[in-house]
Ligand binder design. Structure first.
Ligand code: ATP
Length: 247
């Protein structure tokens, strides 16, 4: 489905991505794990065509080369990004936000079908169709952002920190919905700080550090990897027993 390779990206002199290559298979859910500043958001933006990578990069979606195309063509060809901070239109209603999500030409004929899918996944959006988006709770706004992205009929849906700032119960609802989106066959590429929840819905994952991919594996293998546990799950090696005596 997605084959992104040799993606390098500079912000001025700072090299934020250094030859990153990742793949997402058809109907596959892939998570990218990394510390703050590792380059995860930059990677998603480069794959979405919002940032232009250095020459030599390739972003191939189901056989079509995307690098060099304008960003709206990425959307038309099936790439959707739910950015960190959601990117919904705060002054518009829920219904208007969803309608705008289907703005891309290939998505327009499927607007009714996609809306039905979105409202089935997120029934609360159905009850709140006339509500102004910025008056919704953080969790509801995140659901709307994902719903809006789904309206564009994506083949690849990318989510940047979808659970950021959400209460645990809302996060759990969100991951249940992501699991259901996964079952619809849409390929998902997710950046998340919530490592356990994201690995629970992922097939595979990549580890990112300082703009490079430093590891990859199945979700099960990553979850069991002591290095991953130490880096992301706060696992600590017990201190040696000192019998109360500080050396
Ligand atoms: P976080 O988890 O904190 O969102 P991240 O892994 O998504 O981090 P990026 O946001 O991609 O990381 O940032 C990668 C590096 O590029 C960081 O060092 C960041 O400071 C830098 N960077 C990101 N955006 C810009 C920008 N617009 N101008 C300059 N530097 C930037």
């Amino acid at each position: 489905m997605l084959s992104a390779s040799r993606i390098s990206l500079h912000y001025g002199k700072h090299l934020a991505l250094d030859g990153v290559s990742i793949d997402v298979g058809e109907s596959e859910t892939v998570v990218v794990l990394g510390a703050n500043g590792a380059g995860k958001s930059s990677l998603l933006k480069a794959i979405a065509g919002l940032l232009r990578p250095a020459p030599g990069a390739r972003v191939n979606l189901a056989g079509t080369e995307l690098v060099g195309l304008p960003a709206h063509r990425y959307v038309e060809l099936g790439v959707a990004l739910v950015p960190e901070g959601r990117g919904i239109f705060g002054d518009l209603t829920v219904a208007e936000n969803l309608q705008l999500g289907a703005y891309a030409k290939p998505a327009r004929p499927h607007e009714a079908r996609q809306r039905a899918l979105v409202l089935e996944l997120f029934p609360r959006l159905g009850e709140r169709q006339k509500q102004i988006a910025r008056t919704m709770s953080g969790g509801e706004q995140q659901m709307l952002a994902i719903g809006r992205a789904l309206m564009s009929c994506p083949r690849l849906l990318m989510l940047d920190e979808p659970s950021l700032g959400l209460a645990p119960i809302v996060t759990s609802e969100l991951f249940t919905a992501l699991g259901r989106i996964r079952e619809t066959g849409i390929a998902l590429l997710v950046v998340e700080q919530n490592v356990m929840a994201s690995l629970a819905i992922a097939h595979r994952g990549y580890l990112m550090e300082a703009g490079r991919i430093t590891g990859s594996g199945t979700a099960d293998a990553l979850r069991d990897d002591p290095a991953v546990q130490q880096a992301f799950l706060g696992a600590v090696t017990p201190a040696p027993f000192t019998n109360g005596v500080t050396p």
